[in-house]
Ligand binder design. Structure first.
Ligand code: SF4
Length: 407
């Protein structure tokens, strides 16, 4: 999205590209702040598109806005505390502008629902990630009916069965995010995602392929396929549909359309995000290697190098299996960039477990790593374990792992 006077926003949904020119400066303005993953970023862009399509303008800052939405992440306690701190700081704006609408959307909205009002009494709207299509109507309800507080989130049972809608967002005329699946069935013991985003649902290739084809017609050169657990794509669609088969189909689409190569450009680039090691098959790696349009990057969180901790995390692979994928990927694609995430200080993690993680980082020779200190998440199975690694040790291991990665 480009913002400001005379700006244009593009959204692409259900096969239709919409272009909005932002000119009505007397309209209400909206400011969205996004925490967390690419999926949240995509949701925020789609919500922005919906609001602009009914006449809202993008605010340049929170203090200029009539509506402030904070799209939240629950994956780590630290991320939640940042949201609380950020939204608490908006109190003074609400005092100055009593009609200001402040809303919490995303994973914290789904997880905590009306409990958010206890710490944030100045907010008016709580809307979970599966209900973002209702946001425009909910804001209008607050404005026209003077409703004080609205909560719109799913009950736990509904999460299991509800059909998600999936969207594509054309970030500009060169790149687009295409959501190919949502949710996660893995239930890693520390992770809140399956509880707030629900079970895995994949889009049919028959929906995705025409959308990508149309994006190529518009001149898009970079497509990012998004999903919480993107390597598990197709699991709900039968044996023949996998991420690998989808990549092959998308490769054919660009060839059939005779996608033009620009000077200095390799033509279409397709990437995908985020990969779970248990679903990274030889077939997927071979497809990545064979297709020039697939970006040679794999974001594949390892989380730990200790088999004992991996088992407690319910990750579904061993250290040896993880490293086999890394070696196979490098053998097939010597220039591949592998990025990984780690959690240090998981309950009962000993120095020996930590040294296993250090040695995995050394052996894998990652291009980049992200390290997080474990914090228990309410409702997950690991919450029942004692958070027994002292914070000082977590901090030491965090810094130490980053140092070892660099050395
Ligand atoms: S794979 Fe594990 S860590 Fe990733 S979203 Fe699913 S449950 Fe969470």
């Amino acid at each position: 999205m480009k913002s400001g006077s005379g700006s244009v926003i593009y959204t692409f949904s259900e096969g239709v590209l919409r272009t909005y020119t932002l000119s009505n400066m007397s309209a209400k303005s909206v400011f969205i702040q996004t925490f967390g993953c690419q999926m949240n970023k995509l949701d925020s862009e789609i919500i922005t598109g919906s609001l602009l399509s009914v006449g809202y303008q993008p605010a340049q800052s929170e203090s200029d806005a009539d509506v402030i939405l904070v799209n939240t992440c629950s994956v780590r306690k630290h991320a939640e505390e940042r949201v609380y701190s950020r939204v608490s700081n908006l109190k003074h704006l609400k005092k100055k502008k009593p009609n200001l609408i402040i809303g919490i959307i995303g994973c914290m909205a789904q997880k905590d629902k009306e409990r958010l009002f206890e710490r944030l009494p100045h907010i008016s709207l709580v809307c979970g990630p599966h209900r973002y299509k209702s946001i425009v109507g909910l804001i209008e309800r607050i404005i026209t009916n003077g409703s004080d507080r609205i909560v719109c989130a799913d009950e736990e049972g509904l999460l299991k069965t509800e059909k998600y809608s999936h969207e594509t967002y054309l970030a500009d005329n060169k790149s687009a995010y295409v959501q190919i699946m949502r949710g996660c069935d893995n239930f890693c013991s520390y992770c809140i995602v399956p509880y707030v985003r629900g079970r895995e649902i994949s889009r049919q290739p028959e929906e995705i392929i025409p959308e990508v084809s149309s994006l190529l017609d518009k001149g898009v050169k970079e497509i990012t396929l998004l999903g919480q657990n993107v390597t598990s794509y197709g699991k709900s669609l039968g044996d023949k549909v996998t991420l690998s088969s989808l990549l092959k189909e998308l490769g054919r689409v660009q060839k059939v359309q005779g996608f033009k190569k620009f000077k200095g450009s390799k033509g279409l680039v397709i990437s995908f995000f985020t990969s779970h090691p248990a679903n990274v098959t030889d077939e997927l790696l071979e497809t990545m290697a064979a297709l020039p349009e697939v970006k040679k990057t794999l974001h594949m969180p390892a989380q730990s190098g200790s088999n004992r901790i991996l088992k407690m995390m319910n990750r579904g692979y061993t250290r040896k299996e993880y490293l086999e994928i890394v070696h196979k990927a490098k053998e097939l694609m010597p220039d591949i960039k592998i990025v990984s995430d780690f959690i240090v200080g998981f309950p009962t993690e000993t120095d020996e477990d930590f040294q296993d993680t250090v040695s995995l980082v050394k052996e894998a020779r990652f291009s980049k790593i992200y390290v997080f200190k474990y914090s228990p998440r309410k409702g997950t199975s690991a919450e029942k374990l004692s958070d027994d690694v002292p914070m000082e040790t977590k901090k030491y291991r965090n810094n130490c792992l980053l140092e070892k990665f660099k050395s």
